[in-house]
Structures are given as structure tokens and as C-alpha cells.
Ligand binder design. Structure first.
Ligand code: SAM
Length: 234
């Protein structure tokens, strides 16, 4: 287990049923493993529509492995999946087995982008944000963007998701400063989750993010945005 501040919310046991295009998935999410949220679901729907044939893929913070299952079913040739604790990886491994993912999969405990392997075609992530337990909220987004070039092949790409509350213009600017070509793969509005309202500091911070959320009929909505950011080929 790595020395990380892991939130105690959104970690209850659940049985996840989701439909991503033509894929119907039912996954076990035991206690202590992150329950996929609308971010994870939109990222899953997005990945389902893509082709990963022959690719070597890294997923940071795989949780129950929902995205790794989709990546495997969409042709991944090899995957490295990370988490903060080996027991979480064991659950992800069970879900991969359930869906017959047979490509080589390396499950490793690693602190976010500090991964010993390199040479990836794609890095996938749903970075912690609302419950990141970091004073600097964008910590996991910014370190992903700043460090990814060390792990990616030339022409390699990042596929990740965060909401307007994570400051989408800032993400695009930082990606472009780091020579990535940026594309928005999907975006969708979602109402605030209950646990947002349990954290006054978070609500106050989010109210200060320009364009962070909209209010309609008294309900606050954030917009989830899935990014694809590709490095130049040489
Ligand atoms: C927002 S959840 C996403 C989980 C899963 N990919 C999904 O979308 O359902 C973020 C995940 O990152 C993991 N995590 C948190 N801190 C981490 C760190 N320092 N290194 C690696 N993973 C971390 C958490 O345990 C959690 O599973």
C-alpha cells in the first residue's frame, strides 16, 4: 500500500450494472473500492466507442477495473493497471477474469504517475478531484499532464476525464503548453452528488471556478468532459 490520503466516502460495497453502447457489464465493487461515478460511466461509454487494437495501455487508479474491462474488450494488447493498494487490484483482476480479458495485464501498486514502466501508447485516468484530499485540487490532473510524456511513446495519447469544476480551459492550456494536441471526446451535464454538499470548503472553492457549474431550477450541474490529448509523432 502506498502512503496516500484516501477518502472514506464513495467506497461502499455495490454491484455495478452499466450499459456502454453494445456492452452490458455487471461488476462487483467490494467495500473499500471506488464506486464508479458519472465521470467513470461517461469515460466508460467513451472508451467503448474507440479501438485500442494492438495498444500498450496504462490505467492510473483503476478502481474496480471497469475501464480496463472495456479497454481489453476493445483490443488492448497489453495493460498496466495501478492502484494504491494491492487488495483493490485483486478485485479489478477478478472483474477482468469475469469478462475473459486475456491480454497480459500487470497490476501494480504505484503512486499516481510515478510508474516504473514506460513506452505506452495510451494512458487512461479518471483523476481524483472532489475527494482527492489534496489542498491543491488539481494535483492529480496537473501531475498527469506534466509527467505523461515520460511514459508515453511519441504520438501517444492521454484519455482522461474531469468536470468544469476542475477548470477545463486551464487543462486545455496546460496540455497545449506541454505540446499535446487536444480533442474533446465527450461532454455531459450532471447534477451535483450528495457528498459535494457535505464539504463546505469544496463548495466554496468550486463557486470560485469560472464556469465551474450552472444552476437550473435551483439544481447545480457540473459538465463532465472527456479529453484526448495526443503527443506529436516525433
Ligand atoms: C476517481 S477514482 C476512479 C476509479 C476508477 N478508475 C473509476 O473510474 O471508477 C480514482 C482512483 O484513484 C485511486 N488513487 C487515489 N490516489 C492514488 C494515487 N496516489 N495513486 C494511484 N491511484 C490513486 C483511488 O483509489 C481510486 O480508485
Amino acid at each position: 500500500m502506498i502512503d496516500a490520503d484516501i477518502p472514506d466516502k464513495n467506497l461502499g460495497e455495490s454491484h455495478l450494472k452499466c450499459q456502454f453502447g453494445g456492452l452490458d457489464l455487471e461488476l462487483e465493487v467490494p467495500a473499500g473500492v471506488w464506486n464508479p461515478t458519472p465521470n467513470g460511466i461517461l469515460l466508460g461509454e467513451t472508451l467503448e466507442q474507440m479501438d485500442f487494437s494492438g495498444e500498450r495501455i496504462l490505467e492510473l487508479g483503476t478502481g474496480c477495473g471497469v475501464h480496463a474491462v472495456v479497454l481489453g474488450l476493445r483490443g488492448a494488447a497489453e495493460m498496466v493497471l495501478t492502484e494504491v493498494d494491492a487488495s483493490i487490484l485483486g478485485h479489478a483482476e477478478r472483474n477482468l477474469k469475469k469478462y475473459g480479458i486475456h491480454c497480459p495485464v500487470d497490476l501494480i501498486v504505484a503512486d499516481w504517475i510515478q510508474v516504473p514502466q514506460k513506452g505506452f501508447d495510451t494512458i487512461v485516468a479518471n483523476p481524483p478531484f472532489a475527494l482527492s484530499n489534496k489542498v491543491y485540487r488539481r494535483y492529480f490532473i496537473d501531475t498527469l499532464i506534466l509527467e505523461a510524456h515520460k511514459l508515453l511513446n511519441p504520438g501517444g495519447r492521454l484519455i482522461f476525464i474531469h468536470s468544469t469544476m476542475g477548470d477545463v480551459p486551464r487543462t486545455i492550456e496546460l496540455l497545449e503548453e506541454c505540446s499535446f494536441n487536444v480533442k474533446i471526446l465527450a461532454d455531459k451535464d450532471f447534477p451535483f452528488r450528495d457528498y459535494y454538499f457535505e464539504d463546505e470548503v469544496y463548495l466554496k472553492e468550486m463557486a470560485a471556478v469560472p464556469g465551474g457549474y450552472t444552476v437550473r431550477d435551483g439544481i447545480r450541474y457540473e459538465r463532465l468532459v472527456a479529453f484526448e490529448a495526443t503527443l506529436p509523432k516525433a
